[in-house]
Design a protein around this ligand. Sequence first.
Ligand SMILES: *Cc1c(COP(=O)(O)O)cnc(C)c1O
Length: 378
Amino acid sequence: MMTALTTPRPTLSRMHAPTLHTLPSAVAANVERMRLATHARLMAVVKADGYGLGSVPVALAAIGAGAEWLGVTDAKDAAELRDAGVEVPILAWLNPAGVDVAQVIADRVDVAVGSVDELRQLIADASSLPDGRVRVHLHMDTGMSRGGVRLEDWAELLRTARSGRGRIEVVGVMGHLPDADAADPAINAPAVLRTCQARDAVLRAGFGPLIVHLAATSGTLTDPATHFDMVRVGAGLVGIDPSETVSLQGAALLTASVVHSSTVPARTPVGYGGAYVTEGMTRLSVIGVGYADGIPRELALGAAVAIDGIRCPIVGRVSMDQIVVDTGDLTVPRGATAVVFGPEGGAVPSVQEWARWAGSIPHTVVTGIGPRVERAIA
Ligand SMILES: *Cc1c(COP(=O)(O)O)cnc(C)c1O
């Protein structure tokens, strides 16, 4: 849950719990940057609690900067957004076990269906309602085999949709690009073609008008042919461009306190197993954040945090609740703030650097921050 407004400070005089700060101004700047890349409407995808940064603050910042739709996976996630006063349309696309039809109508949630079975179930459920129709987006499998109806089954999907008229209303067609981070329009071309085929078949079946959407962040930034009527951007909101072609602003800032500092002689083992041994005399600081908070345990050499504008390497193994850093000549008082990651620039490591150190992608760094880490909005 988000707590009261907090301004992150480089150094605090007293101890504070590890805190993940969401930077709404960065989200807004990223939305503005992505809107420059497209004429289509922009859906802000706030699944996985807004990529770990809070679905409500990320959504509000995105809407403030011109996002016209919101996207979530589970239809239940829409309730929190409606409670926060969000009025824009919301689409939920991952409900293989079905949805509470009364609830989605009450919350004004559009539902994407990714199989003929799902659509049959939805129509059956909607038939039990006294009135109201469920707004549906038909999800085409554009090459991921992860969700969506294959082109071969599209005719049956449309027959089913026709049988549900009056219970459901087909308002959209969606796909998802399997390889957009390659930033190569030729690679997206087959998915674009299938999306066109799916759209045309739906129109021929007598449905429409339709809103057609395919691209996520990478497609938005690299391939206008994928934009159709709307783009669905998630990673880009929080400053992650999977195509690595555009530099967006990091919207996450993770801080923690130095809980102990000491000066140690050469050849001092650090952490479990003495996996690291100091070379010369140096200063060490223990920081109160560990793998239970989402700090990856397998880190490459070079992993670091920033203290007082200086990059301090992490030494020894990451523990459950603690890491140790070598501060060299810097004397660090207990209670000083360490910045684990933040917007790019200066000594502060970026989420992208953490992903490289962890052998992963930036998405896992931001979504992996644990529940006991406090949340704040900067
Ligand atoms: C997560 C997701 C998105 C957003 O993707 P990003 O690369 O994070 O922008 C869009 N569409 C679907 C179906 C998704 O699951």
